[in-house]
Design a protein around this ligand. Sequence first.
Ligand code: HEM
Length: 350
Amino acid sequence: MASSILVFLLVSALCLLSSPAPAVAQNLPPIVNGLSFTFYKSSCPKLESIVRDFLNKQFEKDIGLAAGLLRIHFHDCFVQGCDGSVLLDGSASGPSEQDAPPNLTLRPAAFQAINDLRALIDGQCGRVVSCADVVALAARDSVVLSGGPSYKVPLGRRDGVTFATRNATLASLPAPTFNVTQILPVLSLINLDADDLVALSGGHTIGRGHCSSFSNRIFPSRDPTMDQTFFNNLRDTCPASDTNATTSLDIRSPNVFDNKYYVDLMNRQGLFTSDENLYFDSRTKSLVLDFALNQTLFFEKFAFSMVKMGQLGVLTGGNGEIRANCSARNGGKISMWPVIDQHGEQTAAF
Ligand code: HEM
């Protein structure tokens, strides 16, 4: 009897050890033609560990960088696709996407980290990896290293050679003052739906917002959908609508990627109109409740929608270029064209 209990315990322990990490999502949307999970397998086999190791060290110094990197990927993909255009500095042809109002609060340290990663990867593999792919990997690792789900990132994006105008940037990124009715049409233009909106908004489980992004909810008076104590605290942080201060997006666990953001919303402690309204709109409320109660479900859906978002409008094959410097297009230089084998793997770059 004792020995059969021992066997049972041993088998159970082995099963537990060999079962996959619970947060790893298996359900993925279709992968766009030209992208693959093995894209850099021969041309830069250590790519993913280079990114992970570098960010691990950076986050020990500043965990806020994770939020900055995740947001850059979102702002890249929503505006003319995930082509690294948000990374470009302005040029004689006009101000860059970075100069458009929604991008003014992107963190300089996050842009710096992408450039540092670019140089590190270049040193080990040569110029074969696009900046847009570095951004997508950095966003995934920001999620993972903050406690969120891991997921596989399809790779093979090429870098764009143009950036969007100020107006195009403004039109592509929903404002924090928007409610669900105003946000959904912006998302439907890029084939994202209400479920994607609820899942992706969970990115607000880390990071910060400036007073100007939520002043519409506390001035001249409290948005009635906001919790009174939460309001009092926000008014302490932002005594005037133009105060240049910041506060956490998720008051329960500001630096941890978890489902507490949805618990905030249920307690009427979401920071932006675009957050809190998810709890009040009938098209999104039930998923907010589901995610608040079930973190595993949130992690799965978040990973699914991130892979979907990460493939928006990508340039592949011979389109675009592989930038030498993520902040500037290659200019007159001949762009690098990769050779792709039949498995969707990059085998060389000219
Ligand atoms: C309806 C869509 C969205 C709106 C209106 C929105 C709006 C905003 C605003 C206004 C800020 C704060 C800017 C500031 O005041 O400094 C912010 C921060 C942030 N957003 Fe969003 N966002 C949206 C969707 C997303 C998505 C899809 C993600 C990623 C999956 C994301 C990730 C983040 C992160 C991580 C931060 C914190 C950045 C930091 O601390 O530097 N957001 N967002």
